[in-house]
Design a protein around this ligand. Structure first.
Ligand SMILES: Cc1ncc(COP(=O)(O)O)c(C=O)c1O
Length: 388
């Protein structure tokens, strides 16, 4: 029997990191010592206090049932408290917060709540791939906003095609940004909110890297901007902040109608986040202050090490103020794909070609700070010896 895939599935390219993971596994099976700077998956362990909380919570029968609905009230309360302290923003735990099975889940589902076939969704290029796939699954059209170095990797809202604005229903932005490592200030968010209010557009801000800032940089929330709650929903993740990528825990917050519509989609697809994981999320957020400083110090040291190392090869690059990605232009004779291939074939290093995130990523490479300094130094030396 032949199983014909749906048109919507056929439209999707293979998921970038699944492909990279395959190439990496193949190289490892060949016995090669791979240095993996590919996917943004922290090598650091989940903090013990989170694991202990999980251990305790999972033994309680009440936590073993379907979580359903709006999530664990204690988790929503902890989010609300943390958000107030971190951003100075009030969030009503009853209606403005929704726990997610990782922020990817909410990001990819939100178009199903608002996008009809033919509606247009604006998104950056390069970008995190689920903005596109979520839009296509909902039958929407993708309209790209180029992120260019000359604009500090911020989209130029004035350059958006005015002829399609009447069809635009949703806009994705993401700061601190993956893959470029770019940051924005509150003024940029103000422009986005003004633009969205003027054209009746839903703003989805992906804040998955909000807590990873260096050199004293602290990312703002779009919800700090006056009027943002009229148009915006923000997606947060505990994945990178607390080294919990495998746990699948995040949350959406902001405009209550947007949150409620996403909850309705979810209630028809999944049954919520395991209560014990939400319970552990409470402990994570309550211990944020003591956890985040040493974590950021580790990444900051790694960042300095990689940036200095790559510069010592004669490659020119900016030091990112946030995220755990170093994004740089490939040397002149390379394309993104060619450099990524030569790094893997000749140096046993996995890195992500920029064009995997969209056409405007062509000519760039992304390296993740997910190995220790010793391995970063070794990666740089391998490039010096085997590629330069
Ligand atoms: C920009 C961006 N948003 C969201 C996510 C999803 O994170 P999670 O689903 O683990 O919360 C990622 C993960 O890499 C990301 O890079």
């Amino acid at each position: 029997m032949k199983f014909e895939r749906s048109e919507r599935l056929k439209k999707l390219p293979p998921y970038l990191f699944v492909e990279i993971d395959r190439a990496k596994k193949k190289a490892r099976d060949e016995g090669r010592d791979i240095i993996d700077l590919g996917i943004g998956d922290p090598d650091l362990p989940t903090p013990k206090f989170v694991i202990d909380a999980m251990n305790k919570a999972m033994r309680e029968p009440k936590n073993q049932r379907y979580p359903l609905d709006a999530g664990l009230p204690e988790f929503r309360r902890a989010i609300s408290k943390w958000f107030k302290k971190r951003y100075g923003v009030d969030l009503d735990e009853n209606g403005e917060i929704l726990p997610l099975i990782g922020s990817k889940e909410g990001i990819s589902h939100i178009p199903l709540a608002f996008i009809n076939p033919g509606d247009v969704v604006l998104m950056p290029d390069p970008c995190y791939p689920p903005y596109k796939s979520g839009t296509w699954f909902a039958g929407g059209e993708v309209e790209l906003m180029p992120l260019e170095a000359k604009n500090h990797f911020l989209p130029d809202l004035k350059a958006i095609n005015h002829n399609i604005l009447h069809k635009v229903r949703m806009l994705f932005i993401n700061y601190p940004n993956n893959p470029t490592g770019a940051v924005c200030d509150k003024r940029f968010f103000e422009h986005v909110v003004d633009f969205a209010r003027q054209h009746n557009i839903i703003v989805c801000h992906d804040a998955a890297y909000s807590e990873m800032g260096y050199d004293g940089y602290r990312a703002p929330s779009i919800l700090e901007v006056d009027g943002a709650k009229d148009v915006a929903i923000e997606f947060h993740s505990l994945s990178k902040t607390f080294n919990m990528t495998g746990w699948r825990l995040g949350f959406a917050c902001g405009n209550p109608e947007l949150v409620a519509a996403l909850a309705k989609v979810k209630s028809n697809i999944d049954s919520g986040v395991f209560f014990a994981i939400q319970r552990a999320g409470v402990d994570a957020l309550e211990n944020y202050d003591r956890h985040i400083k040493p974590t950021l110090k580790i990444y900051e040291d790694r960042r300095n090490c990689l940036v200095e190392g790559l510069r010592s090869l004669g490659w020119s690059l900016e030091s990112p103020k946030a995220t755990f990605y170093v994004w740089f232009k490939v040397p002149p004779r390379y394309t993104s794909a060619l450099l990524a291939k030569e790094l893997l074939d000749k140096c046993d290093i996995v890195a992500t070609p920029g064009n995997g995130f969209g056409a405007n990523g062509e000519g760039y490479l992304r390296m993740a700070l997910t190995v220790d300094k010793k391995r970063i130094k070794e990666a740089v030396e391998r490039i010096r010896k085997r590629l330069i």
